[in-house]
Ligand binder design. Structure first.
Ligand SMILES: NC(=O)c1ccc[n+]([C@@H]2O[C@H](COP(=O)([O-])OP(=O)(O)OC[C@H]3O[C@@H](n4cnc5c(N)ncnc54)[C@H](O)[C@@H]3O)[C@@H](O)[C@H]2O)c1
Length: 437
């Protein structure tokens, strides 16, 4: 059992804190947001994430997990301090490291015995060494510590599962002592033969950016191909199925959609471009990925406009606001520019999402209408547009939809529905890169 402090109780920090407590460690979660900490102390999760509440409650009750706003309370006497704060994008595309650097400055005076400082936030190459330099400058005396890069790969929506069953654990450090402590921290995963990548700070930091940029590139690749498929009359889902059966390609992450969003891909692709430019280099494939994503998002409004022959005065039922299923996170969600585009062209929006309505109200206020029920959102609309791949939308009752919609138009931006079935029910169906065979 080790004493661990996790600074930042967002998606990454909270899942990490609860997960490490479940492994048997004594964990303190620290956040500067008092309202968040008050909620956590009441055993409430401040955002929607499957199975997280259960893991949280279990470990708080077992007294392995507690929360505070006081960094001093958490940091003093911890063997491991993890940094899991935000690294948002600046307007020029570079990552804003202010939160990470602030934590390094804030923890420095509390360091006593040897401590491992673990950075989990996604940061450009060189940040681990910068954290070490800041701690040295801000410490009282010369505390013994090492910095480790331990990037996080969890997916929102299945974060608890991803903590419990990681594909790999990346540990970047120069220090054999810090490496041993990290192996002890994650001992159950080592015992379960999860691949451990023991490497340098720089390589670990690059693995994270490279992984996200590659995943985003796969999505932009299929999204661009979808447009070509529509033009030449090829069926994209069949094309990607055919591609994915090739073992060198694999079936994952080949589903076309309205463009990638979320808190990671948009900012991490831009951060990698920025990092390359800062070193006089170029990652031109990643640059193209970002451009294609912007075009993909724009193309969605054009698609809806084309199917309806104009948007002014039309009512659109929009199913799905979150950037992906199983989360209430709206950060960079493609639904946001779709709504903006629909409103700008004079359409009305009737929105539904199983989890993200509250967050959407903060953004759109009374400019759109919100519905708890899919069929109520569809009532009287000129088209139903699906923009998030919620499982429930796969099971929409087409006969009921046909009755409640003003016009039988389905625009399926996630390719969830069967086009032949939709057409058999009398719908005009439009997917992404699809042709009816
Ligand atoms: N969300 C994801 O799916 C995901 C996945 C992998 C990696 N990451 C990376 O992990 C990092 C965190 O992401 P997130 O989504 O959890 O962010 P988040 O914005 O949800 O949470 C960050 C938290 O840190 C807190 N915080 C900021 N400064 C603080 C300080 N000085 N002291 C205490 N608390 C402080 C904030 O109040 C907030 O609660 C980012 O670098 C992100 O790129 C995110």
């Amino acid at each position: 059992m080790m004493k661990v402090t996790v600074v930042g109780c967002g998606y990454v920090g909270l899942v990490t804190a609860a997960g490490l407590a479940e492994l048997g460690h004594s964990v303190t979660g620290v956040d500067r947001d008092r309202a968040k900490i008050d909620k956590l102390r009441r055993k409430e999760v401040p955002f929607y994430e499957q199975n997280l509440e259960e893991m949280l409650v279990k470990n708080i009750k077992a007294r392995r997990l507690s929360f505070t706003t006081s960094l001093g309370l958490g940091a003093a006497n911890s063997e491991v301090i993890m940094i899991a704060v935000g690294t948002p994008m600046r307007p020029d595309g570079s990552p804003d490291l202010e939160q990470v650097e602030a934590v390094a400055r804030e923890i420095a005076p509390y360091l006593q015995d040897y401590t491992v400082i673990v950075n989990k936030s996604t940061v450009p190459v060189g940040t681990g060494r910068r954290i070490a330099a800041i701690i040295k400058e801000s410490a009282r005396g010369t505390p013994e510590f090492d910095v480790v890069s331990n990037p996080e790969f969890l997916r929102e929506g299945s974060a608890v599962h991803d903590f419990r069953y990681p594909d790999r654990i990346v540990i970047g450090t120069d220090s054999p002592k810090a490496l041993r402590i990290m192996e002890e921290l994650y001992a159950p995963f080592l015992a379960a033969n999860v691949p451990f990548i023991r490497t340098t700070l720089e390589t670990a930091e690059m693995i994270k950016y490279a992984s996200n940029a590659f995943l985003a590139t796969k999505l932009s690749f299929v999204n661009e191909l979808a447009e070509l498929c529509e033009t030449v009359g090829a069926d994209l889902p069949t094309v990607t199925y055919g591609m994915g059966l090739d073992h060198r390609i694999g079936p994952h992450f080949l589903a076309a959609g309205p463009g990638y969003g979320g808190s990671c891909f948009p900012k991490d692709t831009k951060a990698l471009i920025h990092l390359a430019r800062a070193h006089g280099k170029q990652v031109s494939i990643v640059e193209a990925t970002v451009k294609v994503n912007e075009r993909t998002k724009k193309r969605m409004v054009e698609k809806i406009q084309k199917v309806l022959g104009g948007l002014a005065g039309r009512t659109i039922a929009l199913l799905g606001l979150a950037f992906k299923a199983n989360t209430d996170d709206l950060r960079e969600s493609p639904a946001l520019p779709i709504i903006d585009g629909l409103l700008a062209n004079g359409a009305k929006v009737q929105a539904h999402d199983p989890q993200a309505l509250a967050a959407a109200k903060q953004i759109f206020g009374d400019r759109i209408a919100y519905f708890e029920d899919e069929y109520e959102a569809a009532a009287g609309a000129d088209a139903l547009v699906i923009s998030t791949e919620w499982e429930a939308y796969r099971r929409l009752d087409l006969a009921t939809l046909k009755k409640v919609l003003a016009r039988p138009v389905l625009i399926d931006l996630r390719n969830l529905l069967d086009p032949a079935q939709a057409r058999a029910h009398g719908f005009v169906y439009e997917g992404i890169g699809r042709v009816v065979q």
